[in-house]
Ligand binder design. Structure first.
Ligand code: NAP
Ligand code: GDP
Length: 340
């Protein structure tokens, strides 16, 4: 009998890569998609797996819907990847983010507890929970100090996962993933904004891109590598929590410079703070400008993960370094834009 996995957030970046990976392991994949007028599964399409997945209506804010889906499809494993996942939006929509990203986790766990407590559960936790970091690198024992409604909501999801494991013996794991990117990353996230925007600049379709804080540092990995760690967590003898990270971090500025190098744009920085500009040396054009509207009310300056535990217990480690990640994203964006 094939194992059945329910992936919530199937239309998102990780949902697509995880579905592809689980299909390769012969799982039957049920994909939870929230209802929308324009519902798009373009990521599944791009990976060529849209027809291999059974799509079901799934809404994190609606307990009765979650209950019925789990009761009907009887999954062996649930991967909760659904969330309001964008930090900047969480400042504009803190209540919805708390409800969906935070309480949504309780709704699933409560349904699991009542329907079948032997269902294995994966919660997509986030390095944003470390926020104003107390030590570097961050590991599973580092104190949390979230800096956004998103980070606070994820922290609730993390602890409620641990609580259901301890209180009801549910096989519930929390993967504390650091930022992970890919050609399927949402357009608002800074990496994709840079690779897509600067590819357009290179092709002469766009004059410049506008960004916020260039000095924050992130530990960026490749999403395709990270979904394998999610699967591995649910295949262990006992449930636990793991950091998933590369152990190297770079600034937003570094990401821009690497993108320009890949696109063969010679870049020069001038000015400071809001007046800083990225100039294309050959054309003399201003191709990067700062717009303070992209600053966050409270920022996470630095994230750097220590994934030793995942290496020792899951035998997981990232396969893709920073340079390669930027290359994969730039090549994808540039070639797609060029062929339009
Ligand atoms: P993503 O691309 O933004 O996908 C989020 C998914 O959640 C989408 O399918 C979205 O549906 C769905 N969703 C949003 N609100 C929902 C609701 N009310 N009910 C049901 N589904 C809802 O995020 P991702 O990058 O794949 O990340 C996957 C998970 O890992 C998220 O929980 C994220 O917070 C977490 N995480 C991500 C990273 C990272 O760097 N990528 C790092 C740490 C943790 P629509 O398509 O309809 O919007
Ligand atoms: P996050 O780590 O989940 O918030 O991922 P993002 O990709 O949204 O942001 C990463 C970092 O890039 C944060 O420190 C942002 O403040 C910074 N950043 C700078 N300019 C931008 C921008 O224009 N958009 C986004 N999304 N982030 C930006």
């Amino acid at each position: 009998m094939n194992k059945i996995a329910l992936i919530t957030g199937i239309s998102g970046q990780d949902g697509a890569y995880l579905a592809k990976f689980l299909l390769s392991k012969n799982y039957k994949v049920i994909g939870g998609e929230r209802r929308s007028a324009s519902g798009s599964l373009w990521r599944l399409n791009e990976l060529g797996i849209e027809k291999d997945i059974e799509i079901v209506d799934f809404e994190l804010s609606e307990f009765t819907n979650i209950y019925r889906v789990i009761e009907k499809y009887k999954p062996d494993e649930i991967y909760n990847l659904a969330a309001q996942s964008f930090v900047a939006a969480s400042f504009e929509m803190p209540i919805m983010t708390s409800d969906v990203t935070g309480l949504g986790v309780s709704r699933i766990l409560e349904a699991v507890k009542n329907i079948n407590p032997s269902i294995k559960f994966y919660q997509a936790s986030s390095s944003e929970m470390f926020g104003k970091v107390s030590e570097s690198p961050q590991n599973e024992k580092t104190i949390f100090y979230p800096r956004s409604p998103y980070g606070v909501a994820k922290l609730f999801g993390h602890w409620i996962t641990i609580n259901y494991r301890e209180a009801y013996n549910i096989f519930a794991c929390s993967g504390i993933s650091f930022n992970h990117e890919s050609p399927l990353r949402g357009n608002q996230f800074v990496t994709k904004k840079i690779t897509h925007g600067l590819s357009k600049v290179k092709l002469g379709i766009l004059d410049y891109i506008e960004l916020g804080n260039l000095d924050s540092k992130r530990d960026w990995g490749y999403a395709r590598d990270y979904v394998e760690a999610m699967y591995l967590m649910l295949q262990q003898k006992k449930p636990d929590d793991f950091i998933i990270a590369t152990g190297k971090n770079y600034s937003v500025r570094d990401f821009i410079e690497e993108t320009c190098a890949q696109l063969k744009i010679q870049l020069e920085w001038t000015g400071e703070k809001e007046n800083e500009l990225g100039i294309d040396v050959h054309s003399g054009k201003e191709i990067i400008k700062i717009n303070p509207k992209f600053y966050r009310p409270s920022e996470v300056d630095l994230l750097l993960g220590d994934a030793k535990k995942a290496k020792n217990i899951l035998n997981w480690q990232p396969k893709t370094n920073f340079k390669k990640l930027v290359q994969i994203m730039v090549e994808s964006d540039y070639s797609k834009l060029k062929s339009i």
